[in-house]
Design a binder for this molecule. Sequence first.
Ligand code: HEC
Length: 135
Amino acid sequence: MKKILLSSLLLSLSLFATDGYKVYENKCKACHVEVMSKEHALKHFKELVAPPMVEVSQRLKENIKTTDEEEDVDRYLFILFVKDYIVNPNLDNSMCNTGAIETFGTMPSLKGQINEDEKQAVAEWLYDRYEDTKF
Ligand code: HEC
């Protein structure tokens, strides 16, 4: 009986799992372009209101590196950082270069506009989406 309960619980969890890309579309896309080449971004800098997501993902991966051989640990820390940053964005935590911060300003906080599941889903998406896409 317990087993049945557990498996139906897991099933419903996966059925209702939040789709990270949908969260991106609804809550991030207005500011962060999904993919753009570095050349294009530099050329059209003035039209951007925030760094493209492909750049954000890459920069965070470059910065969040433990000495640990396990990529899982880095992914975990990346996700923690993103979940925190979107509700507590601040200059001290930002890994944007100063030029970019001067142009864009700090990201407005999404506190109260995004729930735990959505934060987790979009953070995972931000890591996994760009595994094979470089800026
Ligand atoms: C209203 C515009 C806006 C929205 C909406 C927005 N962002 Fe941002 N975001 C920015 C700007 C501007 C920056 C660059 C300045 C900074 O680092 O704070 C930024 C920076 C970031 C950074 C930090 C990059 C770094 O290098 O430190 C992350 C991570 C991020 N955004 C994720 C998200 C996610 C995920 C969403 C959607 C859930 C989102 N943003 C929605 C404007 C936005």
